[in-house]
Write a protein that binds this ligand. Sequence first.
Ligand code: G
Ligand code: G
Ligand code: MN
Length: 536
Amino acid sequence: MRMDAPRRHYLMPLVLLLGAVATLLPIAASVLLARQQARAQQEQRALFYARDVMRRSEDTLRQIGDAFTLLAATPDLPPCSLLRRQVMQRIDAQSSYIQFVGRLQGGRIVCASYGQFEVPLDVGKPDLVTANGYRVWPELRFRFAPDKAFIGVGNDRFIAVIHKSLPVDTTVAERGVSLAIISLAGQRTLATRGRFLPAWMPGVDDLAPGHQSTRPIGRNIVSQVRSQDADLLAVVAMNEDDYGRELAQFARILVPIGVFTGLLLAYAVRRVAKVQMSLPAVIRSGLRNREFFVEFQPVVRLEDEAWVGAEALIRWKRPGGNLIRPDLFIPAAEETGLIHAITLDMLRLVAPTLTALAARDDDAFLSINLSRQDLREPGLEALLHDLVARTGIRPAQLHLEITERGLSDTVHVRSLIDRLRATGLCVAVDDFGTGYSSLAELVQFNLDVIKIDKAFVDTIDGTTVTSQVAAHIVEMAHALSLGMIAEGIERRSQVEILRRWRVPFGQGYLFARAMGSQAFLEGLARQDRAAGGRPG
Ligand code: G
Ligand code: G
Ligand code: MN
């Protein structure tokens, strides 16, 4: 059963959106914060690695400088003297970075710690010369280790050879890290690990000696550390791509959470809106738009099952075609003070049927339901008299059903009932047995009829205690000379018992369901014809 007001159709998508946003915003903020922290951490690590590369390189240079000083202190003739070779052996063994040192002569290494070379190792011209006069061969290869690359650093007489990978052999915890040691003199890399992009190569004057910088370049965090003394620069680049993947993973979890929470919120708001505020508004608009109509459920004389009248039952059809049940909107209307507006509409709706009944020559009646609030309306009596006058019906043909609850306002209601009956209207107590009043309490009101509630009628063909109560009610009603209509009759067996108890009238699906005015009036007419005309 739906009763959303058309004006509120924009509300639910809005609530859904707000819910999703309200849920996602803090999560997204924390993700961003986490990202920022991760990035700061990455910058720190990049700088740490760059410093380590620089430390290794400077240590290497220091060892080379020490080696050259030591070698220069030994007499130079001959180039491969035993003393010279002993010094070389000590240097090779003691320095952690230098593979070996050698004596240079005309672009060739003629002697190393292990002796004079029969065929000297050709190193050719140095690729670059540093500011402090070192010659540098960044890409040396030797016959005895053809698949290994070395770096050679020399002065005019000696050369120190190191493994090319050694300066960048830093321990790195993550993947996607590139390391390089660069000679600023020649603007070229001496050693690299991982790929190295030209964009990471700093300009000559980018960094002052001893300074460092860390910043994003492209999709990488790039840290550069410049040596204080040597014209060396360490570069470390860490890939940022992991962030994107991380975020996409987050999104796969977060977006459904956001949507789900949004939906939940929208559902909750919808429920609250429906129950708390929209129903009265929708009832009002329903009344304005004449969405209510009335149906008639025939009341039969149990003796021959002839229709003797009908109960008018309000119905509500929403523009979409949804029928809303009265047991849903009547209590809501009673709670919100709208019931009288519905009753007024009801009186308008039954008028044509009353007029039609007035044109007949029998006593067929129409009963309408009144709520407790209707009984307090000062204009009620005038309204009813006006209805009788306008439709030409005899007052006895208009029955008023008042529920037990409606009778609670004792003094006022008793006098109201008396006045209504004095004008000839017939008053019935509805749903009898479901309220708190006993039949004994009921006698203080001068009533015409009691309508025995379906709850009792349901039990009368059984053997429960309630069936005894029903029998008792009927007995008492007889004693008080009250009329009776048994409600909700669905089985033959009930009819037989009710007849035996001399309950005169009944109402229920067994005989007829509620129907339109025309069907009801035609049913009465058909009954007239079957009876072969009435004796007047
Ligand atoms: O057949 P139905 O489902 O309509 O009945 C549901 C309830 O609504 C019954 O208790 C009936 O008395 C009540 N009802 C039906 N029409 C009206 C009406 O016009 N006014 C009031 N107050 N109650 C009504
Ligand atoms: O006003 P009152 O509460 O008496 O309204 C009668 C209610 O009982 C209406 O909702 C009507 O549709 C319903 N009703 C009438 N006859 C039967 C019946 O035989 N069986 C059931 N289940 N409901 C019935
Ligand atoms: Mn009723």
